[in-house]
Design a protein around this ligand. Structure first.
Ligand code: AQP
Length: 353
């Protein structure tokens, strides 16, 4: 256990760290989650010390059904493993298993301005949809809990980086996290590394298949606008064939005039690895039909094995719980060390032994 006055530290030259989280609030992750964040979770395992969290505390900021939450939490874990998150290499855990997340959120909430929290666009969007009576204080403080999630896994200040793979929609929350880290350090002494967003080029914002100017989103998209990772092949093909394009016929990238086709090109390129100009050349003169048909096969090629592995993993919930137990132990050890330093820095009296 380090001295409370020394920064949080692993012993020797630490590997760069990664933290990221996802809410267990749907019966499947969607294509936006996958390309914006989750695919990076898998590749970063090779080069970073990774902490991946299913954020069930965030999931209760909106009204929820307890049994459904429990089921979706295990389902989320199964999908992550099926996508390639390796619990032997990554620390994969559930947020509520590590109570320090809520404790640090309280401390950070006390150095967050009401005005700065009020400027968070995700809160403004969601609260305006739900109305004042349906909007909880938890939804308001959601970004502060997110900052706590990330900063608990801070490496040693000055010695390493902390990366957070997320989609473009999370950039503002990450900026708040950086501000809170710096403010805490300024008031109480160097404690946290300000994290860096790790946002994928090209796939940072996947849009709705029916409303190509809007983000693909589990709460805002219609079922026809969203591609679920666990979707069956039949409905998946239909949705892609019916994706909104335009009255033209040319498969070309043009964000302003051809938002629908541009979104499909981004998806195709991100999943298949073919560059957008090569795709434009491949489909020159062939119209949208063949392009969409091929795209559907590319999406299915990625998601079918994930769907099958997820189903197999869900057959053994005891094994999933065992994996989560190990993850909570590893995450909890890091979180406990960080909180011990935070408590000392803010002036709490240490607990007698
Ligand atoms: N359309 C998207 N394009 C790229 N990345 C996206 N992400 C979400 N939608 C897109 C990224 O997925 C990760 C999961 O974050 P989450 O659990 O907070 O899910 P979310 O952002 O709540 O997902 P939704 O569908 O957008 O949910 P609602 O509708 O509830 O807001 C994040 O890294 C996010 O950037």
């Amino acid at each position: 256990m380090p001295e409370a006055s020394s920064p949080v530290s692993p012993a020797a030259a630490p590997a760069p760290r990664v933290f990221s989280g996802i809410q267990p609030t749907a019966d499947s992750f969607h294509l936006g989650n996958y390309l914006g964040a989750l695919r990076q979770w898998v590749s970063l395992q090779d080069t970073h010390e990774t902490f991946y969290c299913v954020v069930d505390l965030h999931a209760i900021t909106v009204e929820h059904d307890p049994e459904l939450l429990r089921r979706r939490t295990r389902l989320s874990v199964a999908q992550l493993i099926a996508m390639g998150v390796d619990p032997d290499r990554a620390t994969l855990f559930v947020q509520s298993h590590v109570p320090e997340h809520a404790e640090l959120a309280w401390v950070l909430g006390c150095i967050t301005g009401f005005g700065e929290a009020s400027r968070m666009t995700q809160f403004k969007d969601k609260s305006s949809k739900q109305g004042a009576s349906g909007t909880s204080v938890g939804l308001f403080t959601y970004p502060v809990l997110q900052a706590a999630d990330i900063l608990l896994y801070t490496p040693d200040p000055g010695s390493a980086v902390l990366r957070v793979p997320v989609g473009e929609d999370q950039r503002q929350h990450l900026e708040l996290t950086r501000t809170l880290a710096q403010r805490f350090n300024h008031r109480f002494g160097e404690t946290f590394v300000a994290p860096e967003a790790h946002i994928p080029e090209g796939a940072a914002k996947i849009t709705d298949l029916q409303e190509p100017d809007a983000k693909m989103s589990k709460s805002a998209s219609s079922p026809q606008g969203i591609i679920d990772v666990l979707e069956e092949p039949g409905p998946m093909r239909k949705k892609i064939m019916r994706a909104v394009t335009d009255t033209g016929t040319e498969v070309v990238y043009d964000e302003e005039k051809k938002a629908g086709v541009t979104n499909l090109l981004r998806i195709y390129s991100a999943l298949d690895g073919t560059s957008v100009p090569d795709l434009e050349a491949k489909y020159a003169g062939s119209g949208y039909g063949q392009f969409k048909k091929d795209l559907a096969e590319v999406v299915l090629g990625t998601f079918t094995p994930i769907r099958e592995r997820t189903a197999a993993l869900l057959d053994d919930p005891a094994e999933l719980d065992r994996i989560l137990g190990k993850g909570a132990e590893r995450a909890g050890a890091v979180a406990a060390r960080t909180m011990e330093i935070v408590r000392e820095r803010v002036g709490f009296v240490g607990r007698g032994r």
